[in-house]
Design a protein around this ligand. Structure first.
Ligand code: GLN
Length: 235
């Protein structure tokens, strides 16, 4: 039995789950255990209510354009709940397609405009007959941490006011191949194009998300021991 318990909402987890996104849940559980916490996961998909009060952290994964289009039809029903969750400073990890759908809109590879939640201010354009594919390294300019991952996307994302990049591109393409930014941070929302999955190779991000969730859920507890957790690779 662990002392702490966290509830994770896997938003549209049955539709948006490309390139082993589920590995992020496995990595979160791996680190949570070292923090004396366990995690219950619930997929919240099409037609299901998302009640922000029931969850301590959330994952919004990546997908193909078709699945993103299907999901976009359901987003208006969840917008108020997801916005509340974000405004409450609860941690949300959004990867690739999920990252794109938190923003204003996404232009798919066939030119179709897919409306997003419009909670975060970024927008995503498409590029002609090209995808950004390959290994990527970025540096979080606030913490100095380097993150390593793999990207595979057509979309070119441009950040808006109030969000800052997850990191500066050292090698690879990042958000749009132009401005050297990768991903976005907004409140406790962490967005990235890293698949692979991001948390197995970059445990510091998992640690940050878990601590944010624990502090939020147990405001009177002392988590200094958890804060000192030394991150080791999960493999
Ligand atoms: N379909 C989107 C794109 O190609 C997202 C891809 C993904 O989630 N890997 O940009």
């Amino acid at each position: 039995m662990t002392k702490y318990h966290l509830n994770l909402a896997h938003l549209y987890g049955n539709l948006l789950n490309t390139y082993s996104d589920v590995g992020n849940i496995i990595a979160l559980r791996y680190y949570a255990k070292q923090m004396d916490a366990d995690i219950t996961v619930q997929v919240i998909s099409i037609g299901q209510e998302f009640d922000p009060a029931k969850f301590d952290l959330a994952l919004f994964g990546g997908g193909q354009d078709y699945e993103q289009f299907v999901v976009s039809k359901d987003l208006p029903n969840k917008k108020a709940g997801i916005k509340q969750f974000i405004d409450d400073q609860k941690p949300l990890l959004a990867i690739c397609g999920g990252y794109q759908l938190l923003g204003q809109y996404y232009i798919g590879a066939n030119g179709e405009k897919i409306p997003g939640l419009n909670i975060l201010p970024h927008y995503t354009l498409s590029q002609d007959h090209n995808r950004f594919i390959g290994n990527i390294t970025i540096k979080n300019e606030q913490t100095g941490d380097e993150y390593h991952g793999f990207e595979n996307h057509n979309g070119m994302t441009f950040l808006g006011d109030g969000e800052r990049p997850l990191g500066k591109v050292i090698s690879g393409h990042g958000n749009n191949g132009q401005d050297k930014t990768e991903g976005a941070i907004y409140k406790e929302v962490y967005c990235s194009y890293f698949h692979g999955p991001i948390l197995t190779r970059n445990g510091e991000i998992a640690k940050h998300l878990l601590l944010a969730a624990l502090h939020k859920k147990y405001p009177n507890e002392d988590f200094s021991k958890q804060e000192q957790l030394v991150i080791k690779p999960t493999f």
